[in-house]
Design a protein around this ligand. Structure first.
Ligand code: 13P
Length: 247
């Protein structure tokens, strides 16, 4: 089984001073290596500097989004190859905030993930239902539909991850129950096996949504949870390292 991935999504947070938090994470992992893979996803403005700041450590760096095209007239967008060139090795595709704020569809997310893989990046492809969908009993069916539509067809052997992030758990402090996480991750696993066979059985499925130092251990120990996608609690090295230690 792949190593647990603890991914810190800084979202639209972090000025130059935040590089100190990344340096602190790198220094801590240098002095006390951990079993998990640890990655930080800073805003694009810090990507290159953060990659330089943690160079030589075990900390991985990634982008929060990439464009589906390799280059061209797309003002404000970032190509996957640019993320790689800046020192990134991973990229988040289809985060719910991209889907909500920028109207990204699952079909676009699949093309972004395809572009990421073409540039040698490892995508983390995000899915998750809204509160009203969960209350209507549609959560599993909706998320499996997103999985089918957001993953590029024809993946074979390339590394990628899926992240389940229920929208109602993001930034709210309302973490999903372990029972709900187990049910959804089990359903996603079955879908991945149906889609990708043996590789689908090994694809890491991360959970995201109000992961904190005090709930990380229980979540990460649940069946089919291959890591965590952490927002707010990834901004301070101390909190993030406590989650890493729980892996
Ligand atoms: P929070 O950990 O702040 O709830 O954010 C989760 C998330 O969206 C990570 O991508």
């Amino acid at each position: 089984t792949p190593r647990t991935l603890i991914a810190g999504n800084w979202k639209m947070n972090g000025l130059s001073a935040a590089l100190e938090e990344a340096r602190a994470v790198a220094a801590a992992l240098d002095s006390q290596p951990v079993a998990a893979r640890v990655a930080i996803f800073p805003p694009a403005t810090l990507l290159h500097r953060l990659a330089d700041a943690v160079e030589g450590s075990s900390v991985l760096v990634g982008g929060q989004d990439c464009h589906a095209n390799a280059n061209g007239a797309h003002t404000g967008d970032i190509a996957a190859e640019m993320i790689a060139d800046a020192g990134g090795t991973l990229v988040i595709c289809g985060h719910s905030e991209r889907r909500t704020d920028h109207g990204e569809t699952s079909e676009q997310v699949a093309r972004k993930a395809q572009a990421a893989i073409a540039a040698g990046l490892e995508p983390i492809i995000c899915v998750g239902e809204s509160l009203s969908q969960r209350q209507a009993g549609e959560a599993v069916a909706f998320v499996l539909g997103q999985v089918r539509e957001s993953l590029p067809a024809g993946l074979k052997g390339q590394a990628f991850n899926v992240a389940y992030e229920p929208l109602w758990a993001i930034g709210t402090g309302h973490v999903a129950s372990v029972e709900d996480i187990i049910e959804m991750h089990g359903a996603i696993r079955a879908e991945l096996v149906a889609l990708f066979g043996e590789q689908g059985g090994a694809t890491p499925i991360l959970y995201g949504g109000s992961v904190k130092p005090d709930n990380a251990g229980e979540i990460l120990a649940a069946p089919e949870v291959g890591g965590a996608l952490v927002g707010g609690a990834s901004l301070k090295a101390k909190d993030f390292l406590a989650i890493v230690a729980a892996a």
